[in-house]
Design a protein around this ligand. Sequence first.
Ligand code: XUL
Length: 566
Amino acid sequence: MSSGPLYLGFDLSTQQLKAIVITSDLQVVAETKVDFDGDFGAKYGITKGVHTVAAESEVYAPVAMWLEALDLVLQRLREKVSLERIRGVSGSCQQHGSVYWARGAEGRLAALSADKSLAEQLEGSFSHPFAPNWQDHSTGAEVDQFNSKLGSSEKLADATGSGAHHRFTGPQIMRLKRKLPDMYANTERIALVSSFLASVLIGAYAPADISDACGMNLWDIPSNAWSEPLLELTAGGKDGVPELREKLGPVRLDGGGSVGSVAAYFVQRYGFSAECQVAPFTGDNPATILALPLRPLDVIVSLGTSTTFLMITPHYKPDPAYHFFNHPTTPGQYMFMLCYKNGGLAREKVRDALPAPAAGSDPWSAFNDAVLGSKPLSVTSPGDRAKLGLYFYLPEIVPNIRAGTWRYTCKPDGSDLKESSSSEWTPADDARGIVESQALSMRMRSRDLVDAPADGLPPQPRRVYLVGGGSLNPAIARTMGEVLGGAEGVYKLDVGGNACALGGAYKAVWALERAEGESFDELIGKRWREEGAIQKVDCGYRDGVFQTYGDVLGAFGQMEEEILRG
Ligand code: XUL
């Protein structure tokens, strides 16, 4: 192992706190984790990292457990690597959650003694012992008010990058203020999970991160400032705005540099160097796009139980069904995010309607044969109509459509769209249809955000990276390439299960080693080794096929609108 500086990336997610240590040239030298249920389930009575109060649709995590987890993860890490060599720390944290520091807490943070644990010393430092989790659904009334405050959910999305969502921090703060007014009055600082963890590490309040702040419905992205009317709504009137501003504190516009040196507590207790700097922490989705040198026009499609589509774009064109966040490191670029509820589970249901493959063989073989053995939009001979379907086993959010299955056909030029009867569709058509419809939805929603990646090519992504369970599936890879394009191809990205922590560690390297004006993808691009991390799984853009799908995008949108109206 080289003797150069090391960088530490954390990932504080719902169920675990992970830590990963890398060298300046991005080689992993150590990793470890704390599993909340495994390590603390009995003590804190949590399940999958959280408490759930079904009657109130509340989901929240005990903040003290995160403090214990930080001590424990460092104890484990210290056994694997000398923490003295760590020059910079950053990290990824679950988005939208909020931590409520009590009055006087910053003083206690600054005076931590190395001979007692964080949890012991910071007991009583939180005005609310729990952090609302992104799965919380308790804010229905607040969401309605956020959506109407600026006139419509479209206007809210124009300002904050997203329509109102139950999990977003603004509605969460507004509800807790109403429910627990004394708690709110006693709050000195409301931190995001990312700024909370950075604060503990520096022993002072760290500012909110420029990207993670966009998950609050409070940050006005075009004006780069807190939104006055939305603060007013959250605070219950104009008079409460100065107090809320004070509690929220500043937002740091630079995703790089340092927010402070690591606190003496960590130097004395774990052997960190007093020189070690803490760079701004960010949210887990922004950190995912930092797990590789993702460039503008590159796309990540995460194919898990749900589907997430992440892209870097210079175009800011919000819509209530999407999310725009400031890019975590690059001013002027945005992270565009689509979160679909129907992903892998929906594909599995369609798969299960096909004849079951022989015991012991790949459960996806019949599904893959159906997709790979058929033609785009199931048009096999001239005169065939193009088949378009929607398969929502759960109510969908992109767009906001109830659960159900719909099958339509149109002419291959996109005209004459009609609902069709399921008898015209075979289970094999549905297999092709579900993968195409998932890709068509992404293409339709991102088409105005891409430019031509090279002369003579139509606007499309440059590279499409697939991650998660579905990325191993050749039928999905090919269909993604056929529909979305991808001038440089479709790749399977395999950075282990630690993409977020790795993104955090890469962010620390860039934050502290960047030359004047050097962007994240420039610096990381020079040091990142593709071999082993990515594998080309499809050629991507196919002249002709890409246009075939382009011709039915209008019909696809029309189908969604008809169903929405119906
Ligand atoms: C994103 C979201 C989740 C959490 C998961 O908006 O709510 O992805 O960030 O930790």
